[in-house]
Design a protein around this ligand. Structure first.
Ligand SMILES: [Zn+2]
Length: 147
């Protein structure tokens, strides 16, 4: 059992910010910045694709509660990053879906590192080609909303 399942079951300690029957929010034990908060579904899943959209929508509603609290509260910050690492290659360290909320300050030193050539601008044909890869994999009932 991973540590987030243990926290969700009350079997491991955590500084809980919010919890309900489907999700909870707690402090990251190794914060990138003070008030770095994680939101997880209670249901175990390593990747978002394993969870149904209703549950992820609920998780996102909890993300928004915490986000609004960070923005409204007495927490030094200029900005907020909301991040999901969906898989180890994306930087996921605990194999249980979690959303990071990271208060940010100008020049705090944190950031996403670009690969060599990252952010180069491909031509329109290449953008259309990559868009078609995603359109082809969309669920059938959403295709009428794509081109
Ligand atoms: Zn788990």
């Amino acid at each position: 059992m991973d540590v987030f399942c243990a926290i969700a079951r009350g079997e491991a300690p955590a500084a809980i910010v919010y919890q309900d029957d489907r999700a909870l929010a707690f402090m990251d034990i190794r914060p990138i910045q003070p008030c770095h908060t994680l939101v997880i579904p209670r249901q175990h899943a390593a990747l978002m694709k394993e969870l149904d959209d209703d549950l992820m929508a609920h998780v996102w509603s909890v993300v928004m509660k915490v986000y609004r609290a960070i923005r409204a509260g007495d927490i030094p910050h200029d900005a907020v990053n909301v991040l999901v690492a969906d898989g180890a290659a994306a930087g996921q360290e605990v194999a249980h879906v979690h959303v990071h909320l990271i208060p940010r300050s100008a020049n705090d030193g944190f950031g996403l590192r670009l690969p060599p050539g990252g952010r180069a601008q491909p031509d329109r044909a290449e953008l259309e080609r990559t868009a078609s890869l995603i359109r082809a994999a969309l669920p059938q009932d959403t295709k009428r909303n794509s081109r």
